[in-house]
Design a protein around this ligand. Sequence first.
Ligand code: KG4
Ligand code: ZN
Length: 384
Amino acid sequence: MKILAIETSCDETSIAIVDNNRLIINRTFSQIRLHQAYQGVMPTIARRAHEKFLPILLTEVLKQSHISLSSQACSCSFCQDKPEKPISYIDCIAVTTGPGLPPALETGVRFAKHLALQHQLPLIPVNHLEGHLASIFLKRKSGTFYLPSITTLKYPHLALIVSGGHTELILTNKTAYGLKHQILGQTLDDAAGEVIDKVGRELGLGYPSGPVLESFAKNGNPQAFHFPLPLKNTRQDNLNFSFSGLKTKAVQIIYQSHQIGTFTNRPNESSVPSWSSQQIYDFAASFQQAVIKAIAFKVKRAMHQTGVYQLSVTGGVSANMALRKYLRQVVKQQHGRLYAAPKKFTGDNAAMIGLAAYWDAQRHKPVFDPDKIKTIDRQPNLNF
Ligand code: KG4
Ligand code: ZN
């Protein structure tokens, strides 16, 4: 089954083709540069960039895969070496319907519906979070990416999604109808990536701050600054996360060291503390460690509560090697195993959406009826 997948839930425009469990091609345009000046994702800019880059990426993906948008295969002498396959070579269109930024989702959903209706192809609406879960199966083998059998991963397992929009701990199990997800805990305020970006902004690290924070942290002392462990004194069965306390503490440290008072005395946005490089590295290491410990604390609790020691970690923040190392130690202590996506696929991409759609097609029939396709809409607050 060949699926053309589309992802536009936030600030990456991405199109991929998967063939059953094999990734044929994935092309992503990252909008980071467009949002950098605003130190965060601007919904209108995201929408316009998706509108501009979806047709460009589609043309490139089809050209690279020798697929023509026409319904007839081309038999001209030019195409004889690498015959153009007709668009009917694709069996299905898949698109992220949620969760995500409404104007961003809307653009991708409209584009996918148009493609499906124009070429009489069925459509698979995909939950973006299920896409992240699928990303751990994108492994490189002999020059191509492939999806190994789902059975290589033991079930049930704990799935941790850590991104700019989500921090969720999920218990994933296999049933006769496919995978079943149960949310064990989620953030009560900011997501892990969101808080990293907000604190990074105060430090002048630019947007997104995660990769810079990680590289600075490598040169710093994680004990230099003290941060509290969030939700430490909650009941044992509380598996939710909270990062806003860490954010407040981080901003207080920055402002106090700058001798400019606290939150109520906020300096202008471009203000950066007058720290030495080493102090910034130490702060980065301490803050990163605090975020990692807050995540790991709840992972350990979830393992204790469920008796499940297989853990997958996905989403943009899972690119952080210090986080992976820490979680690997946690699962090793319990003789479990950590599964993580290749770094290239930790952020948003259509490859993972294509794989999630392939799973979904085993469970439900894709939507064939044009009248039903027309009713498919964005679902910004979708969850499991
Ligand atoms: O999954 P993603 O690309 O987009 C969302 O769906 O949100 O995640 C983006 C988030 C940003 O907050 C970014 O700062 C963070 O992932 N991030 C990192 C690293 N690389 C990206 N956080 C920590 N360490 C990294 N190396
Ligand atoms: Zn995401």
